[in-house]
Every structure is written in C-alpha cells, then in structure tokens.
Design a protein around this ligand. Structure first.
Ligand SMILES: *[C@@H]1O[C@H](CO)[C@@H](O)[C@H](O)[C@H]1NC(C)=O
Ligand SMILES: *[C@@H]1O[C@H](CO)[C@@H](O)[C@H](O)[C@H]1NC(C)=O
Ligand SMILES: *[C@@H]1O[C@H](CO)[C@@H](O)[C@H](O)[C@H]1NC(C)=O
Ligand SMILES: *[C@@H]1O[C@H](CO)[C@@H](O)[C@H](O)[C@H]1NC(C)=O
Ligand SMILES: *[C@@H]1O[C@H](CO)[C@@H](O)[C@H](O)[C@H]1NC(C)=O
Ligand SMILES: *[C@@H]1O[C@H](CO)[C@@H](O)[C@H](O)[C@H]1NC(C)=O
Ligand SMILES: *[C@@H]1O[C@H](CO)[C@@H](O)[C@H](O)[C@H]1NC(C)=O
Ligand SMILES: *[C@@H]1O[C@H](CO)[C@@H](O)[C@H](O)[C@H]1NC(C)=O
Ligand SMILES: *[C@@H]1O[C@H](CO)[C@@H](O)[C@H](O)[C@H]1NC(C)=O
Ligand SMILES: *[C@@H]1O[C@H](CO)[C@@H](O)[C@H](O)[C@H]1NC(C)=O
Ligand SMILES: *[C@@H]1O[C@H](CO)[C@@H](O)[C@H](O)[C@H]1NC(C)=O
Ligand SMILES: CC(=O)N[C@H]1CO[C@H](CO)[C@@H](O)[C@@H]1O
Length: 418
C-alpha cells in the first residue's frame, strides 16, 4: 500500500506542475487550478518559489476508508481553497515522530508542491513523475536530490518494509532458503543478539491471551499455529523477557500490559533471535567459521522493564565510552554514572571485535582469559557479556527458548513470509 501511495504521489505531481496559473489571490499568492477546483499557495521571497502545501490527493482515509487503498477524490468546488500550510503527517511511531512533536493525523493523504516562481503556464517542470516512465529507475535518477529526498523523507514511505527484498538479482530467494541451500558468501562471521531485543519491538498493552493470539495471527500464523506459539511462549513472567523486570508491569508501567514479558519474548525471537540462530546453524553446517554472542547488559538510560534491548551493545563494540553521538533528545550517554566494569567491558568487546576482524578470531584480544568458542552444530555456544559477573563474560550453550525458536524458524518463510 505504501509503495502504491508513493507511485501515486509521484504520478500526480505533473498534473499540478503543468497546470495553468489562474487568477492571483493577491499580489503575491500564487494560485493553481486542478481538475475540480483551485488552490492558492504561498510565495517565498527568500527562495523565489511558490509553495502549494497540503493538497489532498485522495479522500481522507478515515472511517470506513481506513486500511483501504487510497480512493480517488470525488468533489468539485468553486471557491479557491487554501494550500498554505503543511497538513498533518500520517501517524507514525518512530522517535523522529514523537521527539520532534510532529503534527500527525489519520487524515494525511496530501501532497506538497514547490515550484520556481514565474514559470509560464504549461511548462513541463522536472518532478518526480516517474511512474509512467518506461524505465522508472532511470527516470528517478534524473530527479534533483532534494526533490527525491523530500519524498523519501516524508510520511509517504513510512511503514515501507526496508527488509531484504527478493530482486532476482542480488537476492534470488527468501533468506532462510538461500542460506540452507548454501547460497551465501562463505566469510567468517561474528554475530549475536541482545538478551531483551523484544522490548524494543513488542506492542505495548497486551493484557489477555486473546490479545496475544490476535497479535500472533496478525503476522501470518493461522489460529492453530498461534495457539501452539502461545503454548511455547506461555504467560509465565518468570521466563519472559526482560528477565530484569520482576513479575508483571504495575503502577506507572501498567500500560506496558499484563503480558508484556510474554509478548516481548515472542516478538524478540521472531524479529531477532530466530534469524541469528539460523545464521549460526547454517554457517556451521557449511563449515564456515562463526561466533555468536548474547549481550546482557543494561547501560545508562534503559530501565529494568526494557532490559538489555536492541542496539545497546553498539557503544561497547566501538569502545564509545564518551557516548559520542548520544546525549541528544533521543539518547543519553550509555556509560554515564556507570561503574568501572562497564568501561572494562567496552574495552574487552572492542578488542575482541578488532581481534576477529584482523585475525579471524576474537580470542587474541589480549585482555580476557575467557575463551570464545566457535559455534558448531554439535556444541552450539554463545559468549555472554554481562557486567555482573567477575570476568565480564562467560560461555553458555545456545539453547535458550530452543523449542519456540525452532518452531518459528521452521515457519519463517512459509508462515511469516520472511
Ligand atoms: C500515466 O499514464 C496513465 C495511463 O496512460 C494516465 O492516465 C496518467 O495521467 C499518466 N500520469 C502521468 C503523471 O503522466
Ligand atoms: C497575500 O499573500 C501573502 C502570501 O501568501 C500573505 O502573506 C498575505 O497575508 C496575503 N494578503 C492578503 C490580503 O490576503
Ligand atoms: C471531479 O468532479 C466530478 C463531478 O463531481 C467527479 O465525478 C470527479 O470524481 C471529480 N474528480 C476529482 C479529481 O475530484
Ligand atoms: C465522496 O466520498 C465520500 C467519502 O467516501 C462520500 O461520503 C461521498 O458520498 C462521496 N461523494 C460523492 C458525490 O460521491
Ligand atoms: C459551482 O458553480 C456552478 C456554476 O455557477 C454551480 O452550478 C455549482 O452548483 C457550484 N458548485 C458548488 C459546489 O457550489
Ligand atoms: C485552510 O483551509 C482549511 C480547511 O480547508 C482550514 O482548516 C485552514 O484553517 C485554512 N487555513 C488558512 C490559513 O486559511
Ligand atoms: C528529514 O526530515 C527531518 C524532519 O523534517 C529533517 O530534520 C531532516 O533534515 C530531513 N532529512 C533529510 C535527509 O532531508
Ligand atoms: C482459536 O483456537 C482456540 C483453541 O482451539 C479456540 O478456543 C479459539 O476459539 C480459536 N479462536 C479463533 C479466533 O478462531
Ligand atoms: C492493558 O492494560 C493497560 C493498563 O490498564 C492499559 O493501559 C492498556 O490500554 C490495556 N490494553 C488493552 C488492549 O486494552
Ligand atoms: C563439513 O565438515 C565435515 C567434517 O569435516 C564434513 O563431513 C562435511 O562434509 C563438511 N560440510 C560441508 C558442507 O563442507
Ligand atoms: C546487574 O546488576 C545490577 C545491580 O544489581 C542490576 O540492576 C541489573 O539489572 C543487573 N543486570 C542484569 C542484566 O541482570
Ligand atoms: C572454520 C570452521 O569450520 N569452523 C567451525 C564451523 O562449524 C564447523 C561445523 O560445526 C566446525 O567444525 C568448525 O570448527
């Protein structure tokens, strides 16, 4: 749906750009006539441009039109309507939406057109009208960077799955099938996941098993499969994710939902731990050197209810103990206020990574007496990083949630279309 929105928007721009200039609202306001009415915009003296902002390109996707493909406009109007303000962005959930406090609404199917001032009626301006081009990619290559970027950086592309796509060139089949068939580049890898990845991806507010099942079904599984998954990820907080949250979320955390630890366990496996384990197994199957880690550290800025979530290991891998690039509206310095063990772990991990990159093994770091074993099918093991143990690291068998992860892995392509 988002892709078709994009091509729709790209496709409808020339209509506006080539439309005749009609009467002017006042000496400076530009106007434009579209199929069934006229809009007046804003003239920018600073940039010598005319802005037409927030023009609807489809009926508002509200009420019964929610979750339907965009519906064509169907109204005619005689008054000249304003196109002078950016309309709300579509509702999004990333930090760039909530941190910046963007004005959002479900009613968001609008387009913004910016053109140079003084263009003659009928002029064909270069815009993003590539949907009709014979070679759409070649056409997209001719678009000014700013124009293309403003579209890619708009809500039009929100929700587009930026995951691997089968393009019959680089990727000929979904990734599990390609890997199992041995169709991958045989380079040694060091890979891993964080203990509580799921807390960054799980929906909040799951309070009942019915709600849990509905969430599982929403991603592909039929009811019978969902019921099996619910049994493999039971509603037992003691074995859920994150381990650092004792029991269920209560008080100020209540909105996370009664089954927060259950859904976080399931979603974290689906999105992160399943593909990680598949990769280690396949590399082992094909005798390619591979190492696995399991990072279980809560840096500054993450509460016990989030645990060791997504991305938390990155500052350690780069020994970024000054927190460069953090300390902004969306992040705090992961090391601020933390004890020496955090700094030592950053030193250990960064040296292990460098050791692996330069010499093919993480065990020449020079700063650890803990040996990181290769991952094998017979003896699958992870290096666990944990500031709460004396040596900051230890080896565990890679058997956590084995049954659930295997069940999901077996259904990755057919059920989940991943
Ligand atoms: C694209 O082609 C279709 C079908 O020929 C036409 O209706 C539409 O107006 C064209 N769109 C643009 C942007 O030229
Ligand atoms: C004329 O248009 C300019 C630019 O859009 C706007 O700032 C101004 O308020 C308008 N004046 C009147 C009288 O409508
Ligand atoms: C234009 O108005 C006609 C008649 O009301 C309507 O059928 C058509 O869908 C409208 N088209 C647009 C683009 O608004
Ligand atoms: C235009 O679309 C809206 C929303 O779907 C609908 O309520 C309305 O009846 C339509 N008007 C016409 C003239 O078709
Ligand atoms: C627009 O103007 C035409 C001609 O004056 C009139 O027939 C029509 O009813 C008007 N439409 C609206 C929506 O006011
Ligand atoms: C433009 O029109 C919309 C409704 O069509 C209205 O909500 C908004 O206040 C108007 N803005 C200006 C600057 O007149
Ligand atoms: C994307 O949009 C955001 C928010 O409007 C802006 O801060 C950022 O600079 C834009 N990025 C690019 C690459 O244009
Ligand atoms: C799903 O299966 C369970 C167990 O068989 C059953 O109790 C439930 O009603 C089913 N739900 C739906 C939505 O089919
Ligand atoms: C689950 O309960 C929490 C706390 O009462 C609440 O905030 C949340 O909206 C509930 N979720 C649903 C789906 O009702
Ligand atoms: C991996 O190594 C084992 C033991 O040497 C050998 O039996 C097996 O055929 C190898 N597998 C591949 C895919 O090369
Ligand atoms: C490590 O110990 C601290 C202090 O007791 C505790 O708050 C934290 O949750 C522990 N980390 C993990 C991942 O268990
Ligand atoms: C280089 C290499 O083969 N590394 C390990 C990868 O997995 C195989 C099979 O489990 C091991 O035997 C290798 O030691």
């Amino acid at each position: 749906m988002y892709l078709s929105n994009l091509s729709y928007v790209l496709g409808c721009l020339p209509l506006l750009a080539t439309a005749a200039l009609s009467k002017r609202q006042n000496s400076t306001a530009p106007t434009v006539q579209v199929l069934n009415g006229s809009y007046y915009g804003v003239h920018s003296q600073e940039y010598s441009q005319d802005y037409f902002l927030g023009i609807p390109f489809a009926r508002p996707p509200v009420g019964d039109l929610r979750f339907r493909p965009p519906q064509s406009l169907n109204t005619t109007f005689n008054d000249t309507r304003n196109a002078t303000e950016y309309s709300p962005a579509c509702i999004g959930y990333g930090s760039d939406t909530w941190v910046l406090g963007n004005y959002i609404s479900e009613d968001c199917l609008t387009v913004n057109v910016i053109r140079p001032e003084g263009v003659a009626p009928g002029t064909n301006l270069p815009v993003a009208g590539c949907s009709n081009a014979t070679d759409t990619l070649a056409c997209l290559r001719t678009i000014p960077t700013d124009t293309l970027s403003s579209i890619l950086n708009s809500t039009v592309t929100t929700g587009f799955p930026w995951g691997p796509q089968v393009d019959n060139d680089f990727l000929l089949a979904p990734f599990p099938a390609s890997l199992q068939a041995g169709n991958f580049v045989r380079v040694p890898i060091l890979t891993g996941r964080n203990h509580d990845e799921g807390t960054d991806f799980a929906p909040k507010g799951i309070n009942t098993t019915d709600q849990f099942l509905a969430n599982v079904r929403s991603q592909g599984p039929d009811n019978a499969t969902a019921v099996t998954i619910a049994a493999l990820y039971p509603d037992i907080p003691a074995i859920g994710i994150p381990a650092t949250l004792d029991g269920r979320p209560t008080g100020p955390l209540a909105s996370y939902g009664v089954q927060w630890k259950r859904i976080s366990s399931y979603i974290g496996d689906l999105r992160q731990h399943v593909p990680r384990r598949i990769v280690n197994q396949v590399w082992s199957k094909y005798n390619v050197t591979n190492y696995s880690y399991h990072f279980n550290v809560i840096p500054n800025g993450a509460g016990a209810w989030l645990g060791s979530g997504h991305f938390r290991e990155v500052a350690f891998v780069f020994d970024n103990t000054d927190g460069l690039g953090y300390k902004n509206v969306v992040a705090v310095n992961p090391f601020e206020g933390k004890g020496e063990e955090f700094f030592l772990l950053a030193r250990l991990m960064s040296r292990m990574w460098v050791s692996f990159i330069t010499g093919g093994s993480p065990n020449d770091s020079g700063v650890s007496c803990v040996n990181w074993p290769e991952y094998t099918l017979e003896n699958p093991r992870n290096m666990v990083f944990d500031v709460n143990v004396t040596k900051l690291a230890y080896v565990e068998p890679d058997t956590y949630r084995a049954e659930g992860i295997q069940y999901l892995a077996d259904r990755f392509a057919d059920v989940y279309n991943r």
